[in-house]
Design a protein around this ligand. Sequence first.
Ligand SMILES: O=C(O)CCC(=O)C(=O)O
Length: 282
Amino acid sequence: MLCDEDVETFWRNGVVCLRGVLPAEWTERLAVAVEEVIEARDGTDLSAMASQIDSGGGKVLRDAPVPGAPRGRFFGGTDHWRRHQAFRDFALASPLPRLVAGLLRSRRVTLYEDSLLVKEPGTPERTAFHQDMAYFHVTGDQVCTTWCPLDQVSVETGAVQYVRGSHLWTTEFRPNFFVSTDAIPGTEGEPVPDVAAEPDRYDIVSFESGPGDVVVHHARTIHGAAGNASATRRRRAISVRYCGDDARFHRRPGAPLKPWQEHAREGDPLGSEDSPVAFAGA
Ligand SMILES: O=C(O)CCC(=O)C(=O)O
């Protein structure tokens, strides 16, 4: 399913689109689970969070309202694999971990987290450009995110945009509030450049993709997305994030901690029940 060129593209550009690598049985089962999660409101209304940031005087990124469309919402959630069997199976038993092992050139792959990212039609909130590593309490070069669309996605509906080659930059960036360029207080590093404000300065790439395709980016690759400017088409996606052989626990001050990370020690290897092994090669 993976060829040498995919692996080389991933390491050269910091992102690669793998076409048709997830059988429909996986994406269809996940789509049912996603509706259950949305119905149960098991996550965060990021549009509501954006309004709170507005009220506090922060800078939220929004596109213009979509004519003729009701205002859509950006709904997100994290670590559904802990609560929902379909998410757990998707992260641990689908073709994803093996693909990741190949791309990361890693013998072993552990699960870091999953994130649900749904932009309903007419969602104005953009995803601010950011670097995943700034949120991850890990260090290492073999760390990545797999972005798995459940709908046909274009730039118009919020396909993720990646700054090609930015995984090679040596600057450490601060995490932001995802719908805002404002950095999370207490975090370390430089602010992420405002890529959306000056797109011509950057080598930006994005992919039209659909169910079965997976876009994999390196954890240091800068990326963001527009809102969903379609009046009718949803943009449902799940990101599953994985670590390879060289990843170790590394606390990043100010970045949100998961309960198990409060007790982890600097340099600990991953692979406990909180970061389960998803693939182990020979
Ligand atoms: O889906 C989005 O809008 C952003 C995705 C993202 O930033 C991620 O999965 O790391």
